[in-house]
Write a protein that binds this ligand. Sequence first.
Ligand SMILES: Cc1cc2nc3c(=O)[nH]c(=O)nc-3n(C[C@H](O)[C@H](O)[C@H](O)COP(=O)(O)OP(=O)(O)OC[C@H]3O[C@@H](n4cnc5c(N)ncnc54)[C@H](O)[C@@H]3O)c2cc1C
Length: 388
Amino acid sequence: MDFEPSSEQQMLIDQVRRYVREEIIPLEAKLDPDASELPPEDFKRLTDKTKAMGLFGIDIPREFGGPDIDIVTRVLLAIEMAQHRAGLYVPCYGTFGGAGLAQIFEANEGQKERYLYPTLRGEKKAFFGLTEPSGGSDPARAIQTRAERRDNGWVLNGAKIFISNADRAQYGIVFARTDASKGRGGITCFIVDSDTPGFHVRRVVHTLRSSHYATELEFKDCWVSDHQVLGEVNKGFAVANDRLTRQRIPYAAGCIGVAIAAHEMAVEWAKMRSTFGEKLANRQAVQWMLVDNEIDIRTARHFTLEAAEKARRGLPFRTEAAIAKLTASEGGGRVVDRAMQIHGGMGMTKDLPLERWYREMRIRRVGEGPSEVQRMVIAREILGSNLR
Ligand SMILES: Cc1cc2nc3c(=O)[nH]c(=O)nc-3n(C[C@H](O)[C@H](O)[C@H](O)COP(=O)(O)OP(=O)(O)OC[C@H]3O[C@@H](n4cnc5c(N)ncnc54)[C@H](O)[C@@H]3O)c2cc1C
Protein backbone atom coordinates (compact mmCIF):
# COMPACT_ATOMS: atom_id res chain seq x y z
CA MET A 1 0.00 0.00 0.00
CA ASP A 2 1.18 3.50 -0.80
CA PHE A 3 0.92 5.80 2.21
CA GLU A 4 2.33 8.96 0.66
CA PRO A 5 -0.14 11.73 1.48
CA SER A 6 -2.13 13.13 -1.44
CA SER A 7 -1.78 16.87 -2.15
CA GLU A 8 -5.08 17.53 -0.29
CA GLN A 9 -3.89 15.53 2.71
CA GLN A 10 -0.52 17.31 2.64
CA MET A 11 -2.27 20.69 2.73
CA LEU A 12 -4.22 19.65 5.82
CA ILE A 13 -1.09 18.22 7.45
CA ASP A 14 0.79 21.49 6.84
CA GLN A 15 -2.13 23.47 8.23
CA VAL A 16 -2.22 21.40 11.43
CA ARG A 17 1.60 21.49 11.76
CA ARG A 18 1.57 25.29 11.53
CA TYR A 19 -1.25 25.49 14.06
CA VAL A 20 0.63 23.28 16.56
CA ARG A 21 3.91 25.14 16.11
CA GLU A 22 2.48 28.68 16.09
CA GLU A 23 -0.40 28.37 18.57
CA ILE A 24 0.03 25.42 20.91
CA ILE A 25 3.79 25.16 21.57
CA PRO A 26 4.33 28.85 22.49
CA LEU A 27 1.25 28.80 24.74
CA GLU A 28 2.41 25.61 26.48
CA ALA A 29 5.77 27.22 27.20
CA LYS A 30 3.97 29.67 29.53
CA LEU A 31 2.02 26.97 31.43
CA ASP A 32 2.90 24.55 34.21
CA PRO A 33 4.76 21.56 32.65
CA ASP A 34 2.03 19.21 33.86
CA ALA A 35 -0.93 21.37 32.79
CA SER A 36 -3.52 19.41 30.89
CA GLU A 37 -5.95 22.20 30.09
CA LEU A 38 -5.61 25.57 28.44
CA PRO A 39 -6.82 28.74 30.19
CA PRO A 40 -10.52 29.11 29.17
CA GLU A 41 -9.98 32.29 27.08
CA ASP A 42 -7.18 30.62 25.07
CA PHE A 43 -9.24 27.48 24.67
CA LYS A 44 -12.13 29.51 23.22
CA ARG A 45 -9.85 31.49 20.89
CA LEU A 46 -8.15 28.34 19.58
CA THR A 47 -11.40 26.40 19.24
CA ASP A 48 -12.74 29.24 17.09
CA LYS A 49 -9.60 28.89 15.01
CA THR A 50 -9.95 25.13 14.42
CA LYS A 51 -13.60 25.74 13.50
CA ALA A 52 -12.50 28.38 10.98
CA MET A 53 -9.95 25.88 9.61
CA GLY A 54 -12.79 23.38 9.08
CA LEU A 55 -11.04 20.87 11.33
CA PHE A 56 -13.17 20.97 14.46
CA GLY A 57 -14.57 17.57 15.48
CA ILE A 58 -12.65 15.61 12.88
CA ASP A 59 -14.05 12.27 14.05
CA ILE A 60 -17.67 13.45 13.86
CA PRO A 61 -19.55 12.01 10.84
CA ARG A 62 -20.92 14.48 8.27
CA GLU A 63 -24.57 13.67 9.15
CA PHE A 64 -23.90 15.14 12.61
CA GLY A 65 -22.11 18.23 11.34
CA GLY A 66 -18.54 16.91 11.23
CA PRO A 67 -16.11 17.63 8.39
CA ASP A 68 -16.33 14.03 7.13
CA ILE A 69 -12.61 13.27 7.18
CA ASP A 70 -11.71 9.66 6.41
CA ILE A 71 -9.79 7.62 8.99
CA VAL A 72 -6.50 7.54 7.04
CA THR A 73 -6.44 11.34 6.87
CA ARG A 74 -7.43 11.50 10.53
CA VAL A 75 -4.42 9.34 11.41
CA LEU A 76 -2.11 11.62 9.42
CA LEU A 77 -3.57 14.65 11.21
CA ALA A 78 -3.49 13.01 14.65
CA ILE A 79 0.24 12.38 14.17
CA GLU A 80 0.68 16.15 13.72
CA MET A 81 -1.72 17.11 16.50
CA ALA A 82 0.22 15.11 19.09
CA GLN A 83 3.55 16.85 18.52
CA HIS A 84 3.54 19.08 21.57
CA ARG A 85 4.04 18.63 25.28
CA ALA A 86 0.55 17.49 26.27
CA GLY A 87 0.14 15.66 22.98
CA LEU A 88 -0.83 12.17 24.03
CA TYR A 89 -4.07 12.50 25.89
CA VAL A 90 -5.59 15.72 24.64
CA PRO A 91 -4.34 16.46 21.14
CA CYS A 92 -3.80 20.20 21.11
CA TYR A 93 -5.55 20.40 24.48
CA GLY A 94 -8.86 19.42 22.89
CA THR A 95 -9.15 22.45 20.63
CA PHE A 96 -9.96 20.13 17.71
CA GLY A 97 -13.08 18.96 19.56
CA GLY A 98 -14.36 15.51 18.77
CA ALA A 99 -17.17 13.09 19.27
CA GLY A 100 -15.91 11.96 22.65
CA LEU A 101 -17.33 8.49 22.82
CA ALA A 102 -18.00 6.71 19.56
CA GLN A 103 -20.72 4.57 21.21
CA ILE A 104 -22.96 7.58 21.60
CA PHE A 105 -23.64 7.45 17.85
CA GLU A 106 -25.73 4.34 18.67
CA ALA A 107 -28.15 6.64 20.52
CA ASN A 108 -31.86 6.79 19.60
CA GLU A 109 -33.51 10.09 18.66
CA GLY A 110 -34.35 11.17 22.23
CA GLN A 111 -30.88 10.27 23.47
CA LYS A 112 -29.30 12.17 20.56
CA GLU A 113 -31.07 15.37 21.61
CA ARG A 114 -30.18 14.91 25.27
CA TYR A 115 -26.61 13.61 24.97
CA LEU A 116 -25.10 13.40 21.48
CA TYR A 117 -25.75 16.93 20.19
CA PRO A 118 -24.73 18.73 23.42
CA THR A 119 -21.56 16.58 23.45
CA LEU A 120 -20.74 17.51 19.87
CA ARG A 121 -21.30 21.19 20.67
CA GLY A 122 -18.83 20.81 23.56
CA GLU A 123 -21.53 21.48 26.19
CA LYS A 124 -21.41 18.03 27.80
CA LYS A 125 -18.57 15.68 28.65
CA ALA A 126 -18.86 11.93 28.96
CA PHE A 127 -16.96 9.03 30.49
CA PHE A 128 -16.59 5.42 29.35
CA GLY A 129 -17.17 2.97 32.19
CA LEU A 130 -16.05 -0.54 31.30
CA THR A 131 -13.13 -1.57 33.56
CA GLU A 132 -13.89 -2.96 37.02
CA PRO A 133 -11.72 -3.86 40.01
CA SER A 134 -12.15 -7.49 38.86
CA GLY A 135 -10.26 -6.72 35.62
CA GLY A 136 -10.18 -4.80 32.35
CA SER A 137 -8.26 -7.03 29.92
CA ASP A 138 -11.14 -9.47 29.69
CA PRO A 139 -14.18 -7.32 30.51
CA ALA A 140 -16.69 -9.81 29.08
CA ARG A 141 -15.87 -12.14 31.95
CA ALA A 142 -14.81 -9.56 34.54
CA ILE A 143 -17.90 -7.31 34.62
CA GLN A 144 -19.65 -7.79 37.95
CA THR A 145 -21.74 -4.62 38.00
CA ARG A 146 -25.33 -5.85 37.84
CA ALA A 147 -28.40 -4.20 36.38
CA GLU A 148 -31.70 -5.68 37.56
CA ARG A 149 -35.10 -4.97 36.03
CA ARG A 150 -37.34 -2.85 38.27
CA ASP A 151 -40.18 -0.27 37.79
CA ASN A 152 -39.80 0.31 34.01
CA GLY A 153 -36.08 0.65 34.48
CA TRP A 154 -32.95 -0.91 35.86
CA VAL A 155 -31.19 -0.80 39.20
CA LEU A 156 -27.39 -0.74 38.99
CA ASN A 157 -25.10 -2.04 41.73
CA GLY A 158 -21.34 -2.38 41.45
CA ALA A 159 -18.07 -0.51 40.98
CA LYS A 160 -15.76 0.67 38.19
CA ILE A 161 -12.12 1.65 38.33
CA PHE A 162 -9.63 3.65 36.21
CA ILE A 163 -12.41 5.61 34.52
CA SER A 164 -11.03 8.70 32.78
CA ASN A 165 -12.80 12.02 33.19
CA ALA A 166 -15.74 10.79 35.30
CA ASP A 167 -15.14 13.54 37.86
CA ARG A 168 -15.74 16.18 35.19
CA ALA A 169 -18.38 14.47 33.06
CA GLN A 170 -22.12 15.15 32.95
CA TYR A 171 -22.89 11.55 31.96
CA GLY A 172 -21.21 8.26 31.18
CA ILE A 173 -21.67 5.05 29.27
CA VAL A 174 -21.71 2.25 31.80
CA PHE A 175 -21.57 -1.46 31.06
CA ALA A 176 -23.49 -3.77 33.38
CA ARG A 177 -24.48 -7.42 33.44
CA THR A 178 -28.18 -7.83 32.66
CA ASP A 179 -28.16 -11.62 32.22
CA ALA A 180 -25.72 -13.55 34.40
CA SER A 181 -26.23 -16.76 32.41
CA LYS A 182 -25.06 -15.35 29.09
CA GLY A 183 -21.42 -14.15 29.34
CA ARG A 184 -20.69 -11.48 26.74
CA GLY A 185 -24.27 -11.79 25.43
CA GLY A 186 -25.62 -10.65 28.80
CA ILE A 187 -24.06 -7.20 29.02
CA THR A 188 -25.97 -3.95 28.40
CA CYS A 189 -24.82 -0.38 27.85
CA PHE A 190 -26.51 2.33 29.95
CA ILE A 191 -26.27 6.10 29.78
CA VAL A 192 -25.99 7.30 33.39
CA ASP A 193 -26.31 11.01 34.27
CA SER A 194 -23.67 12.02 36.81
CA ASP A 195 -26.35 13.41 39.16
CA THR A 196 -28.36 10.16 39.29
CA PRO A 197 -28.99 9.17 42.94
CA GLY A 198 -26.94 6.10 43.86
CA PHE A 199 -24.08 6.97 41.50
CA HIS A 200 -20.98 8.64 42.77
CA VAL A 201 -17.28 9.14 42.03
CA ARG A 202 -15.68 7.39 45.00
CA ARG A 203 -12.17 8.75 44.51
CA VAL A 204 -9.60 10.01 42.05
CA VAL A 205 -6.99 7.34 41.32
CA HIS A 206 -3.55 8.86 40.90
CA THR A 207 -1.40 7.35 38.15
CA LEU A 208 1.74 8.25 36.18
CA ARG A 209 -0.49 10.58 34.25
CA SER A 210 0.10 14.18 35.20
CA SER A 211 -3.56 15.16 35.31
CA HIS A 212 -6.17 13.60 37.62
CA TYR A 213 -8.16 11.67 35.12
CA ALA A 214 -8.71 8.13 36.41
CA THR A 215 -11.51 7.64 38.94
CA GLU A 216 -13.21 4.92 40.91
CA LEU A 217 -17.01 4.80 40.63
CA GLU A 218 -19.74 3.32 42.77
CA PHE A 219 -23.30 2.35 41.85
CA LYS A 220 -25.57 1.68 44.84
CA ASP A 221 -29.22 1.00 44.01
CA CYS A 222 -28.79 3.47 41.15
CA TRP A 223 -32.06 3.52 39.17
CA VAL A 224 -32.04 4.37 35.45
CA SER A 225 -35.09 4.31 33.18
CA ASP A 226 -35.52 2.17 30.07
CA HIS A 227 -34.83 5.34 28.05
CA GLN A 228 -31.23 5.20 29.34
CA VAL A 229 -30.43 1.91 27.59
CA LEU A 230 -27.99 2.60 24.74
CA GLY A 231 -28.62 0.23 21.84
CA GLU A 232 -30.23 -3.09 22.73
CA VAL A 233 -30.46 -4.96 26.01
CA ASN A 234 -27.77 -7.70 26.21
CA LYS A 235 -25.94 -6.36 23.15
CA GLY A 236 -23.73 -3.87 24.96
CA PHE A 237 -20.51 -5.80 24.71
CA ALA A 238 -20.43 -5.68 20.93
CA VAL A 239 -20.72 -1.89 21.20
CA ALA A 240 -17.75 -1.75 23.61
CA ASN A 241 -15.63 -4.12 21.58
CA ASP A 242 -16.16 -2.34 18.29
CA ARG A 243 -15.23 0.98 19.89
CA LEU A 244 -12.11 -0.41 21.53
CA THR A 245 -10.85 -1.92 18.29
CA ARG A 246 -11.49 1.19 16.19
CA GLN A 247 -10.11 3.48 18.88
CA ARG A 248 -6.76 1.70 18.82
CA ILE A 249 -5.90 3.30 15.47
CA PRO A 250 -5.96 7.03 16.46
CA TYR A 251 -4.53 5.96 19.83
CA ALA A 252 -1.52 4.55 17.96
CA ALA A 253 -1.28 7.74 15.86
CA GLY A 254 -0.88 9.83 19.03
CA CYS A 255 2.09 7.66 20.08
CA ILE A 256 3.70 8.11 16.66
CA GLY A 257 3.34 11.89 16.79
CA VAL A 258 5.05 12.06 20.16
CA ALA A 259 7.78 9.64 19.01
CA ILE A 260 8.48 11.82 15.95
CA ALA A 261 8.76 14.94 18.11
CA ALA A 262 11.08 13.18 20.61
CA HIS A 263 13.24 11.80 17.78
CA GLU A 264 13.56 15.23 16.12
CA MET A 265 14.68 16.67 19.45
CA ALA A 266 17.27 13.89 19.85
CA VAL A 267 18.64 14.44 16.33
CA GLU A 268 19.03 18.18 16.93
CA TRP A 269 20.63 17.63 20.33
CA ALA A 270 23.09 15.03 18.94
CA LYS A 271 24.16 17.47 16.20
CA MET A 272 24.66 20.31 18.65
CA ARG A 273 26.13 18.67 21.78
CA SER A 274 29.86 17.78 22.07
CA THR A 275 31.58 15.44 24.53
CA PHE A 276 35.22 14.29 24.53
CA GLY A 277 35.91 16.68 21.68
CA GLU A 278 33.31 15.27 19.27
CA LYS A 279 29.65 15.90 18.48
CA LEU A 280 27.35 13.19 19.90
CA ALA A 281 26.13 12.70 16.34
CA ASN A 282 29.58 11.31 15.41
CA ARG A 283 29.37 8.54 18.05
CA GLN A 284 28.22 5.23 16.67
CA ALA A 285 26.48 4.39 19.96
CA VAL A 286 24.34 7.51 19.52
CA GLN A 287 23.83 6.97 15.78
CA TRP A 288 22.49 3.50 16.45
CA MET A 289 19.98 4.80 18.97
CA LEU A 290 18.79 7.27 16.32
CA VAL A 291 18.64 4.48 13.73
CA ASP A 292 16.52 2.34 16.05
CA ASN A 293 14.24 5.34 16.63
CA GLU A 294 13.79 5.80 12.90
CA ILE A 295 12.93 2.12 12.47
CA ASP A 296 10.45 2.10 15.37
CA ILE A 297 8.71 5.20 13.99
CA ARG A 298 8.53 3.96 10.40
CA THR A 299 7.27 0.54 11.53
CA ALA A 300 4.52 2.02 13.70
CA ARG A 301 3.52 4.55 11.02
CA HIS A 302 3.28 1.86 8.36
CA PHE A 303 1.17 -0.50 10.47
CA THR A 304 -1.10 2.26 11.75
CA LEU A 305 -1.81 3.54 8.25
CA GLU A 306 -2.38 -0.04 7.08
CA ALA A 307 -4.97 -0.55 9.84
CA ALA A 308 -6.62 2.79 8.98
CA GLU A 309 -6.70 1.95 5.27
CA LYS A 310 -8.39 -1.40 5.96
CA ALA A 311 -10.93 0.31 8.23
CA ARG A 312 -11.52 2.97 5.55
CA ARG A 313 -12.21 0.31 2.93
CA GLY A 314 -14.63 -1.53 5.22
CA LEU A 315 -12.32 -4.59 5.48
CA PRO A 316 -11.70 -6.51 8.72
CA PHE A 317 -9.03 -4.66 10.70
CA ARG A 318 -9.01 -6.17 14.20
CA THR A 319 -5.55 -7.76 13.86
CA GLU A 320 -4.13 -4.72 12.06
CA ALA A 321 -5.44 -2.41 14.80
CA ALA A 322 -3.77 -4.64 17.43
CA ILE A 323 -0.46 -4.55 15.52
CA ALA A 324 -0.73 -0.75 15.17
CA LYS A 325 -1.45 -0.25 18.86
CA LEU A 326 1.38 -2.59 19.86
CA THR A 327 4.08 -1.22 17.57
CA ALA A 328 3.18 2.42 18.26
CA SER A 329 2.89 2.21 22.05
CA GLU A 330 5.91 -0.06 22.59
CA GLY A 331 8.05 1.43 19.78
CA GLY A 332 7.04 4.98 20.74
CA GLY A 333 8.01 4.31 24.34
CA ARG A 334 11.43 3.07 23.23
CA VAL A 335 11.93 6.17 21.08
CA VAL A 336 11.15 8.54 23.96
CA ASP A 337 13.43 6.52 26.25
CA ARG A 338 16.35 6.73 23.77
CA ALA A 339 15.72 10.44 23.21
CA MET A 340 15.96 10.97 26.98
CA GLN A 341 19.21 9.00 27.10
CA ILE A 342 20.74 11.11 24.31
CA HIS A 343 19.76 14.26 26.21
CA GLY A 344 21.54 13.02 29.36
CA GLY A 345 20.57 14.99 32.48
CA MET A 346 18.50 17.44 30.44
CA GLY A 347 16.30 14.52 29.40
CA MET A 348 15.30 13.97 33.03
CA THR A 349 14.13 17.55 33.62
CA LYS A 350 10.72 19.14 33.30
CA ASP A 351 12.35 21.82 31.12
CA LEU A 352 11.77 19.44 28.21
CA PRO A 353 8.62 17.47 27.36
CA LEU A 354 10.47 14.13 27.30
CA GLU A 355 9.83 13.05 30.89
CA ARG A 356 6.12 13.76 30.53
CA TRP A 357 5.94 11.74 27.29
CA TYR A 358 7.92 8.96 28.97
CA ARG A 359 5.35 8.65 31.76
CA GLU A 360 2.35 8.94 29.51
CA MET A 361 3.75 6.56 26.89
CA ARG A 362 4.12 3.97 29.66
CA ILE A 363 0.38 4.12 30.28
CA ARG A 364 -0.22 3.45 26.59
CA ARG A 365 1.15 -0.06 27.01
CA VAL A 366 -1.81 -0.80 29.31
CA GLY A 367 -4.64 1.56 28.21
CA GLU A 368 -7.04 0.46 25.42
CA GLY A 369 -5.94 -3.15 26.05
CA PRO A 370 -2.48 -4.11 27.35
CA SER A 371 0.28 -5.23 24.98
CA GLU A 372 -0.31 -8.86 26.00
CA VAL A 373 -3.94 -8.65 24.89
CA GLN A 374 -2.86 -7.17 21.54
CA ARG A 375 -0.43 -10.09 21.15
CA MET A 376 -3.26 -12.49 22.02
CA VAL A 377 -5.43 -10.98 19.25
CA ILE A 378 -2.58 -11.36 16.76
CA ALA A 379 -1.82 -14.92 17.93
CA ARG A 380 -5.47 -15.87 17.34
CA GLU A 381 -5.16 -14.72 13.74
CA ILE A 382 -1.97 -16.74 13.26
CA LEU A 383 -3.10 -19.87 15.09
CA GLY A 384 -6.89 -19.76 14.80
CA SER A 385 -9.31 -18.77 17.55
CA ASN A 386 -10.19 -22.25 18.83
CA LEU A 387 -7.07 -22.60 20.96
CA ARG A 388 -7.73 -23.04 24.67
C1 LIG B 1 -4.81 6.22 33.25
C2 LIG B 1 -5.80 5.18 32.87
C3 LIG B 1 -7.00 5.55 32.30
C4 LIG B 1 -7.97 4.58 31.98
N1 LIG B 1 -9.19 4.98 31.47
C5 LIG B 1 -10.19 4.06 31.32
C6 LIG B 1 -11.53 4.48 30.95
O1 LIG B 1 -11.80 5.66 30.70
N2 LIG B 1 -12.50 3.55 30.88
C7 LIG B 1 -12.27 2.23 31.13
O2 LIG B 1 -13.23 1.45 31.04
N3 LIG B 1 -11.02 1.79 31.46
C8 LIG B 1 -9.98 2.67 31.57
N4 LIG B 1 -8.71 2.27 31.94
C9 LIG B 1 -8.50 0.85 32.25
C10 LIG B 1 -7.63 0.10 31.27
O3 LIG B 1 -8.34 -0.08 30.07
C11 LIG B 1 -7.27 -1.23 31.98
O4 LIG B 1 -6.33 -0.90 32.99
C12 LIG B 1 -6.68 -2.22 31.03
O5 LIG B 1 -7.67 -2.68 30.13
C13 LIG B 1 -6.13 -3.45 31.80
O6 LIG B 1 -7.04 -3.95 32.72
P1 LIG B 1 -6.56 -4.21 34.24
O7 LIG B 1 -5.87 -2.99 34.71
O8 LIG B 1 -7.72 -4.67 35.01
O9 LIG B 1 -5.50 -5.37 34.13
P2 LIG B 1 -5.79 -6.94 34.14
O10 LIG B 1 -6.91 -7.26 33.22
O11 LIG B 1 -5.87 -7.42 35.53
O12 LIG B 1 -4.44 -7.48 33.49
C14 LIG B 1 -3.19 -7.28 34.20
C15 LIG B 1 -2.04 -7.58 33.28
O13 LIG B 1 -2.04 -8.98 33.00
C16 LIG B 1 -1.57 -9.21 31.71
N5 LIG B 1 -2.58 -9.97 30.94
C17 LIG B 1 -3.93 -9.80 30.93
N6 LIG B 1 -4.53 -10.68 30.11
C18 LIG B 1 -3.53 -11.42 29.56
C19 LIG B 1 -3.49 -12.50 28.63
N7 LIG B 1 -4.59 -12.98 28.05
N8 LIG B 1 -2.28 -13.04 28.31
C20 LIG B 1 -1.14 -12.56 28.90
N9 LIG B 1 -1.13 -11.55 29.77
C21 LIG B 1 -2.30 -10.98 30.10
C22 LIG B 1 -1.27 -7.85 31.07
O14 LIG B 1 0.08 -7.56 31.26
C23 LIG B 1 -2.10 -6.90 31.91
O15 LIG B 1 -1.56 -5.59 31.89
C24 LIG B 1 -7.70 3.20 32.21
C25 LIG B 1 -6.47 2.82 32.76
C26 LIG B 1 -5.53 3.78 33.09
C27 LIG B 1 -4.23 3.33 33.69
